[in-house]
Design a protein around this ligand. Structure first.
Ligand code: MLT
Ligand code: MN
Ligand code: ZN
Length: 322
């Protein structure tokens, strides 16, 4: 399979539209060695058709989705008047930065010669947990709004690890794992989490057996999460914050990383300690990086620490073949 990082930033992107923190201001001024990033999303497609317009699966639909499609031509193969390589969408949670792009897919249509204009709405195949579907029907009724456009076909992701596949993306299986993180701020159960508010996904190439573990929002590494990470060839996990008090020390907000469902990288019990316990052969990447995170500064000490630990920082457009 081929994995494309469409976006590698956390909510708000980098630079964030209203932010003048050291990173955002430095990037705009050209004084910081760093790359701009859109909000986190990946695309997974079979390797066999990598150069022939193979369809694949979109993981999360970011507010930046249209720019991400423009930047990655393989998502728009152009085989017909209206076309897309997005065979389906899988949501990791119901957060604004992961679902707003669903609205951008509202024009989906299919040929229907029997209809005036010759086309009919083509419901978007969508995989998410019941908890997320509930939030997207009530708290933030994206799915209800979309019934007035293309509509969606909801496939419930079960939390028992039963494998599923997305028709059109052949040779790839997916398994979900419930995570300790947080429902979206608008969710009625933001402060009383439900299983399925956030999931991690293992994507398995059925021919090679090779695996990716993807979890852009991860608040705690339980034994089950560690097992999923340890059995993957590539892990792509929560890179939101370097420290638990990063929002406070940079002055952008009062919230601590752990309190909003993101395990910080540094310090005791942080993500770097977890990654250090993985097999030496595991490729380790951070994604969903907040604009305040010092690892975005390629000349920073934290970035050098990551390099020494063999941990990579995802960039938009990055491709991985597994
Ligand atoms: C998060 O990952 O914590 C959320 O995306 C934050 C947000 O939507 O602003
Ligand atoms: Mn987010
Ligand atoms: Zn900023």
């Amino acid at each position: 399979m081929r994995i494309t990082v469409l976006g590698s930033a956390a909510g708000g992107g980098f630079p964030q539209w209203n932010c003048n923190c050291r990173n955002c201001a430095g990037l705009r001024a050209g004084t910081l060695k760093a790359k701009a990033r859109t909000q986190s999303s990946i695309f997974i497609r079979p390797d066999a058709g990598a150069h022939s317009g193979a369809d694949g699966v979109l993981f999360n639909a970011s507010p930046d989705l249209l720019a991400q499609i423009r930047a990655n031509a393989h998502l728009q193969p152009g085989r017909g008047l209206r076309d897309s390589a997005i065979a389906g969408v899988v949501l990791m949670d119901g957060q604004i930065d992961h679902v707003t792009g669903l609205f951008m897919l509202r024009e989906r249509s299919r040929p229907a010669p029997e209809r005036p204009g010759g086309r009919a709405p083509d419901p978007l195949p969508l995989w998410c947990t019941d908890a997320v579907a509930e939030d997207l029907t009530h708290g933030n009724p994206v799915l209800r709004v979309l019934t007035h456009y293309c509509g969606t076909t909801h496939h419930a992701i079960s939390l028992d690890g039963a494998p599923f596949s997305v028709p059109g993306a052949e040779g790839i299986q997916f398994k979900a794992l419930p995570l300790d993180s947080k429902a979206a701020p608008y969710s009625p159960h933001r402060d009383s989490g439900e299983p399925g508010d956030n999931i991690g996904i293992t994507a398995i190439d059925t021919a090679s057996g090779r695996r990716l573990f993807y979890a852009p929002g991860l608040g705690a590494v339980t034994p089950a999460v560690f097992d999923a990470m340890a059995s993957a060839d590539v892990v792509m996990v929560d890179g939101t914050f370097w420290t638990d008090d990063e929002m406070i020390t940079t002055g952008v907000g009062p919230q601590r990383a752990r309190a909003i469902g993101h395990l910080p990288q540094s310090g005791p019990g942080g993500m770097l300690e977890v990654l250090a316990r993985l097999p030496a052969t595991t490729r380790k990447l951070l994604i969903h990086i907040n604009n305040t995170n010092p690892i975005l500064d390629e000349d920073s000490a934290p970035r050098a620490e990551l390099a020494r630990a063999g941990v990579e920082v995802c960039e938009d457009g990055m491709q991985i073949t597994l």
